[in-house]
Ligand binder design. Structure first.
Ligand SMILES: [Zn+2]
Ligand SMILES: [Zn+2]
Length: 425
């Protein structure tokens, strides 16, 4: 039984030449590339033997690698569960293509923080595909919507999601009402910030019963949806095809015939794989009855995940939707391995897959927790101050007198930037 996914995967990638990457650490700034082992030797032979010489890294650092024109990069921005935990955000996957396109699949609770760590300008993060409307799959939509607009998304956020068996259970209803719930937030920003990113969500709601029907087709990228079986009618999974590569994102589901048929031969296939039933009782404190129902009927048990992967034979199978700890990983792996012996990644947050026709390389990203937003890709549009909604006289009249200590700040900035700004009354 294999229990070490990373080791298994690293054996698969040793023949591939890496993209050129620029070493940013310690300001050395030499360019390194090629096979990891050869490169380590070359770096040493060029620089002399030193343990601090720059050498190829075995991790992904945001903003340090170009994608090849024929390459996909997938980054797990959330692999966990509806109940929040610091180690794992809920379902969210960023797929970047060599043509420059970027897609977010799901945007579960906590995932906006993971996305921020990747330092991608928010103008590129404007396309979100939702598998269903459980909060662990769309609970951070408000965070990306508002936070992204404040930090440089200068266009509406586009969201694709399924209909429901009633209009109230569809994506359009959920997002229209989420936008309404943000009324106070959005009104308070009028006249103060660039308004373009705060426009209503551009929602494309498609039929959840559509079987392999196209829901998106732009720039050489085709995305189709297939139904999923989970909780109520409505959930779906997605299949993205580009440049002769096939990526499948499975939302929550009992294993189903549509995934079995249309995910076949995927280059990379993500499918949920729930916590093993005994651990649902001992660690999640479910009753045995609830554990069996949720762990095998509403979701996909590890044994069933393995059977599905044996049926569809992807180049890489990716399991997620479990708390991945030292004492849960082994049991899940063992249970999957009773029914599947192919390539497997047990996903955790910040796992990275580089996918080409010849190779799938799996690494972890190492991120900067002190990250600030990246520069916007376009010049900000100044807001119209006349749109500002004023305080009532009662509230405005409650201001303490701070003008004397604030005035030097205005003087400082006016001088630095050649402005003539004045304090509000
Ligand atoms: Zn769900
Ligand atoms: Zn879920």
């Amino acid at each position: 039984m294999k229990t070490d996914t990373k080791r298994e995967i690293s054996q698969k990638r040793t023949t591939r030449s890496l993209l050129l990457v620029t070493a940013v650490a310690v300001g050395i700034g030499i360019v390194i590339g090629a096979n990891f082992h050869q490169d380590a030797q070359a770096a040493n032979s060029n620089k002399g033997i030193s343990p601090v010489d720059a050498r190829a890294r075995d991790f992904y650092a945001p903003n340090s690698e170009d994608l090849a024109p024929d390459e996909m990069r997938l980054i797990a921005c959330g692999t966990g569960m509806p109940t929040a935990r610091p180690k794992q955000a809920a379902s969210c996957w960023l797929l970047e293509l060599g043509n420059g396109d970027k897609f977010l699949f799901d945007l579960g609770t906590g995932s906006a923080e993971r996305i921020a760590a990747l330092q991608i300008p928010y103008n590129y993060l404007d396309k979100v595909f939702l598998s269903h409307l459980h909060t662990d799959h769309f609970g951070d939509l408000d965070a990306l919507f508002v936070g992204g607009a404040l930090a440089g998304r200068q266009k509406p956020l586009r969201v694709w999601g399924p209909s429901g068996d009633t209009p109230e259970r569809g994506t359009k209803y959920a997002l229209d009402h989420l936008y309404k719930a943000l009324t106070w937030d959005l009104d308070g920003r009028k006249g103060i910030t660039d308004p373009r990113g705060f426009q209503p969500f551009e929602v494309t709601e498609f039929d959840y019963k559509g079987v392999n029907e196209i829901i998106y087709q732009e720039n050489g990228v085709t995305i189709r949806s297939i139904p999923a079986i989970h909780s109520l009618d409505g959930p779906v999974s997605f299949i993205l095809e580009w440049n002769d590569l096939k990526f499948v994102f499975g939302g929550d589901t009992y294993p189903n015939k549509w995934y079995e048929e249309y995910a076949k031969d995927a280059d990379l296939a993500i499918h949920e794989c729930f916590v093993a039933v005994p651990d649902l009782v001992t660690k999640f404190k479910f009753t045995p009855q609830t554990a069996l129902s949720v762990g095998t009927q509403i979701h996909t048990a590890p044994e069933a995940f393995g059977k599905m992967m044996s049926l569809i034979q992807p180049r890489m199978a990716v399991a997620y939707h479990f708390f991945k700890d030292f004492d849960t990983t082994g049991p899940i792996n063992d249970r999957i391995r009773t029914t599947y012996d192919g390539p497997l990644s047990l996903a955790e947050d910040y796992m990275v897959w580089n996918i080409t026709k010849d190779d799938i390389r799996v690494r972890m990203a190492i991120v900067d927790e002190d990250v600030w937003p990246p520069l916007a890709t376009e010049k900000p549009e100044l807001p119209d101050p006349s749109l500002r909604i004023p305080y009532s006289e009662f509230i405005a009249g409650g201001k303490s007198d701070m003008k004397d200590v604030i005035q030097p700040v205005y003087d400082e900035m006016n001088k630095e930037y050649g402005l003539n700004e004045k304090q509000e009354d």
